[in-house]
Ligand binder design. Structure first.
Ligand SMILES: CC(C)(COP(=O)(O)OP(=O)(O)OC[C@H]1O[C@@H](n2cnc3c(N)ncnc32)[C@H](O)[C@@H]1OP(=O)(O)O)[C@@H](O)C(=O)NCCC(=O)NCCS
Length: 167
């Protein structure tokens, strides 16, 4: 798409405007189950991790964010013997409906992954939606960078697949 631009979130950006715009997007995608502006703001301000925002004509229409696995309440069992300190966890990826299915996620993931590598991370772990076919796409996209993919599980967010990739 012509007018869209991915940018790493920095503290010079207008955090509250962006968070409110992204919360609106979340409610379009997930209704009452969508993340609210405060929670999204906490994703954007993760100094140990990184976030990338997709802008269209100055408005935030999507984002993807990762934080250090260590600082998240993710079950430690995932990380036993798996370089806990070098692992980032993808906390969310979401686009406004009219921007979905155009491959724009990869335009956000590239700078996010670059930033995570700069911060010393070597792995990116994620739970990807399996009921829309997205998890399969993620596995195909990363190819031989996939370290492992767990079996699809039923979760409170629907069917999800836990996938670990090399950065
Ligand atoms: C998941 C998401 C971030 C992927 O970004 P994207 O730029 O749309 O990704 P792609 O264009 O490469 O599409 C990836 C696949 O996701 C699935 N998908 C994407 N949007 C979908 C939708 N609205 N309905 C059903 N499946 C969808 C499809 O399997 C699609 O592949 P296809 O177009 O070949 O059928 C984005 O679609 C989104 O924000 N979806 C809603 C929020 C969400 O589910 N986020 C959690 C992801 S774990």
């Amino acid at each position: 798409m012509e007018n869209v631009e991915s940018r790493i979130f920095t503290t010079e950006m207008n955090l509250s405007k962006i968070s409110v715009e992204l919360a609106e997007m979340e409610s379009l995608n997930f209704g009452i189950d969508g993340f609210d502006a405060g929670f999204i703001a906490s994703h954007l301000m993760n100094v140990a991790g990184a976030a990338v925002i997709l802008f269209n004509e100055g408005k935030a229409v999507g984002y993807t964010a990762a934080n250090s696995a260590r600082s998240l309440y993710v079950s430690n069992v995932y990380y036993l013997g798996r370089d806990f300190n070098k692992t980032a966890y993808l906390v969310n990826s979401s686009l406004r409906p009219e921007f979905q299915r155009k491959g724009l996620i990869w335009q956000m993931m590239e700078p996010l992954e670059e930033e995570l590598r700069k911060k010393g991370y070597q792995f990116l772990d994620r739970d990807s939606k399996a009921d829309t076919g997205y998890a399969d796409k993620v596995i195909r996209h990363y190819g031989d960078r996939v370290v492992f993919a767990r079996l699809v599980e039923d979760t409170m967010w629907g069917k999800q697949q836990y996938i670990r990739v090399r950065l």
